[in-house]
Design a protein around this ligand. Structure first.
Ligand code: HEM
Length: 423
């Protein structure tokens, strides 16, 4: 962390943890894009990058490092000290946290496990799980986050991964605890302590699963990681655990939040639901556009490896830099009518999955889950939002909800036999 005070735009103070910002960040982000595209936030003790071109640069610029967890957690009052050895140990084993050349090596070893053919094999299971979930909640007032959005991705990713059914709830809770610390808008020591304990607990179970795959190879993601080979190279024991952490952390909560914020937008727009159901290609377009529009990924952190000047601001070695994906995806310099949903638009410039070498490995899997769940839901059910209250999570990284009261009812024509008539 730098000692010197960075420059900041005059007369501007942004509370990124305020309920107003967490719910509707758009006016503030638009203001920053115009007035202070490289903005020093005193509360985050970090630079906030908001224009599309700059966000893309941040994801590709070698002067900015992805090795960020330890520097971010160090911002907790009192710092990390020597209290959290596992956090330091796994910092360099997580694909999302390392730079070239280590990143290129891990990515080559991991990427085949996430291929299109692997994801397409899972599609029928995602359809079946969506149907099961909808049948389970039919006609009841529920919290969509807890009773649907948390369950679907953790079940799909757990099956994909090879986590036994009895451990799924544990893994879902561990993923949630880690996200609370790494994505916190306001970080506390309790969150860091929980994070460290979670790594300990998770490693015990993962080590047993890895040992079992060595004895008896299986056709799942964990089996693929254990067997991954590239020109005689393979993942070390810590890298294997790190690959598992990255998948579980990346795969559970992201899709959960996207299911939730996406459901709200679809529930409020009959024309979008009608468009979604026209064909699988239309469903793909809707999901891509919702990923852009909802700003579910607010921003991702990088650390300056060296000092340099950007839009007249001096970034110093060690400074925290947040590239704001959500802001890039609403930048009027790139998008026509950025604040409207238009599934016909070209979304190839979307920053939702992190445009750069860390581009989301699970993007095909996540999109497939979202397409199938939304299609199954709106083809067969009516969704009523039961409250206008929107309690957004305290996260600088994700825009998701603590809870969403809804009633999901299967349409009358689909009620003849429970479960099996949902398509
Ligand atoms: C809607 C759902 C999802 C969104 C919006 C999303 C978003 C992202 C973003 C923005 C990054 C880049 C991070 C950075 O540059 O710092 C990323 C990386 C990653 N994601 Fe996702 N993700 C989603 C779902 C998933 C799923 C389902 C998985 C796995 C099962 C996954 C696994 C990963 C991994 C392993 C990385 C690290 C890739 C690398 O560093 O090379 N994600 N994701």
């Amino acid at each position: 962390m730098t000692e010197s005070a960075p420059m900041r735009a005059p007369n501007m103070d942004v509370n990124f943890g305020s309920p107003e910002y967490l719910a509707e960040p758009w006016p503030i982000l638009a203001h920053l894009r115009t007035e202070a595209p490289v903005f020093w936030s005193e509360s985050q003790h970090a630079w906030i990058i908001t224009r599309h071109a700059d966000v893309l640069q941040a994801f590709r610029d070698m002067r900015l490092s992805a090795s960020r967890i330890v520097p971010f957690l160090e911002t907790v009052p009192g710092g990390l000290g020597n209290d959290f050895p596992l956090i330091r140990r796994f910092e360099s084993a997580w694909i999302s946290n390392v730079d070239m050349p280590i990143h290129g090596r891990l990515r080559r070893l991991m990427m085949n496990a996430f291929s299109k053919s692997v994801v397409e094999r899972l599609r029928p299971r995602a359809v079946a799980m969506s149907r099961e979930l909808l049948a389970r909640v039919d006609g009841r007032d529920i919290d969509f986050v807890e009773q649907v959005a948390r369950i679907l991705p953790s079940t799909v990713v757990s099956e994909f991964f090879g986590i036994p059914a009895e451990l799924r709830e544990h893994f879902a809770q561990w993923a949630s605890r880690i996200q609370q610390a790494t994505g916190a808008a306001v970080l506390t020591r309790t969150m860091v302590v929980d994070y460290h304990r979670t790594l300990e607990e998770m490693n015990v179970e993962l080590s047993k699963l890895i040992a079992a795959r060595r004895v008896e190879p299986r056709d799942d993601l964990l089996g693929a990681f254990v067997q991954a080979r590239d020109a005689g190279d393979q993942l070390s024991e810590d890298e294997l655990l790190g690959a598992c952490h990255a998948t579980i952390i990346g795969g559970f909560e992201t899709t959960m939040h996207m299911l939730t914020v996406g459901l709200i937008e679809l529930s409020e727009r009959p024309w979008l639901r009608e468009y979604l159901l026209r064909s699988p290609a239309h469903a793909q377009r809707v999901v891509q556009e919702l990923l852009r529009y909802t700003g579910m990924v607010r921003g991702m952190l990088r650390i300056a490896r060296e000092s340099f000047t950007w839009h007249d601001q001096v970034i110093r070695k060690g400074d925290l830099v947040f590239a704001m994906n959500a802001s890039a995806n609403r930048d009027e310099r790139v998008w026509e009518r950025p604040d409207e949903i238009d599934p016909e638009r070209d979304n190839s410039k979307s920053a939702a999955f992190g445009p750069g070498m860390h581009f989301c490995l699970g993007n095909l899997l996540a999109r497939m889950e979202l397409e199938e769940f939304f299609s199954a839901t709106f083809r067969n059910c009516t969704v009523s939002l039961l409250s206008s209250e929107r309690p957004y999570i305290n996260s600088f990284t994700f825009r998701g909800l603590e809870r969403l009261p809804v009633r999901i009812e299967r349409k009358q024509c689909d009620r003849t036999r429970p479960g099996d008539e949902l398509r």
